[in-house]
Write a protein that binds this ligand. Structure first.
Ligand code: ADP
Length: 160
């Protein structure tokens, strides 16, 4: 079975990598769909986000990465994917994910599988990483090495 895991990955965190690794064990093929980022406080361009996700999944041969430009369900149909995978963190994710799962199911019949966030990563979000890094914080514990490097290049005040 082929699955799509979608998100804006601005930037990809160790929480995302954990979900991707676990989904990789559950499905035959996995496509990481990098969505256009509608957040006003985005940091990385689509090209940079795709490159950073590719670096993070380099050791996973069944995982591919592609940009998502329109509706996620259309992307899934183009990819021939049967399932959408999303991670579920503590607190606020559930209501939103349930709405999206129902909407995507109504629009195309596709099912969504929600994987619980890893215990170590359930409170990490790309938005707190963006906010800490842009103010000079060292977030290297929470992101893959290539992301830590890219953040230091973008914000030279980031401490090591
Ligand atoms: P979006 O921009 O759609 O919110 P994100 O890039 O923030 O997407 O996240 C993509 C997916 O990864 C979502 O399903 C989200 O719940 C999940 N996710 C984000 N951070 C974590 C984490 N720390 N642990 C597990 N799943 C996560």
């Amino acid at each position: 079975m082929k699955a799509v895991i979608s998100g804006s990955f601005d930037p990809i965190t160790r929480g995302h990598v954990d979900i991707i690794c676990r989904a990789d064990r559950l499905f035959d093929e996995l496509v990481v769909g990098v969505a256009v980022n509608s957040a006003k406080n985005g940091i990385f361009s689509m090209e940079e986000r795709v490159d950073l996700v590719e670096a993070a999944v380099a050791g996973m041969p069944r995982v591919s990465v592609a940009p998502v430009e329109g509706l996620l369900v259309d992307f899934c149909a183009d990819q021939g994917a049967d399932v959408i995978v999303r991670g579920l963190r503590f607190g606020g994710d559930f209501d939103y994910e349930l709405q999206m799962a129902h909407l995507n199911k109504s629009m195309s019949g596709i099912e969504t599988v929600l994987l619980p966030a890893g215990r170590e990563y359930g409170t990490i979000s790309s938005s707190v990483i963006r906010s800490a890094a842009s103010n000079g914080g060292d977030v290297s514990e929470f992101v893959p090495e290539a992301v830590a490097r890219a953040l230091r290049a973008k914000f030279p005040t980031v401490r090591e």
